[in-house]
Ligand binder design. Sequence first.
Ligand SMILES: *[C@@H]1O[C@H](CO)[C@@H](O)[C@H](O)[C@H]1NC(C)=O
Length: 130
Amino acid sequence: MKAGIATLGLLAGLLDGVQAQYVATDHIRVFLFGQTSYFSEVAVDVRNNTCLSLDNNLIDGKVQSVLVGGHNIWDVYQRNDEWYCILYDNFDCTGSEASMITVAGGTNNLATAGWGNRVHGLRCINDDPA
Ligand SMILES: *[C@@H]1O[C@H](CO)[C@@H](O)[C@H](O)[C@H]1NC(C)=O
């Protein structure tokens, strides 16, 4: 029983470490996933309120799933920050509501939202005023 508790403590510590690595005040790491058989995964570091264009990125136009600030859903669940990302259907991160979709933690299937293969740029914002 005691060993079990220690293991849990160690796990929580590891998750904290992972989180610290991917999430900072001024930037956050976002994982973009394509179709399995395609070019499947890209990690990008996005600075606060800065447009990151996927132009020249192999995953441009192939993004199917997104995870914000963690490499798996457990890491993302551990987050307690105010980051969210806006995905755009253009390279300049511009346009009206119809050109963007907001993702706070992650989304597993952009296609069901009509966003399969549509992402060309992203902007992430840290709403924490601190
Ligand atoms: C990030 O950028 C937004 C928009 O400019 C700003 O309101 C916010 O305070 C910034 N966050 C931090 C942590 O600097």
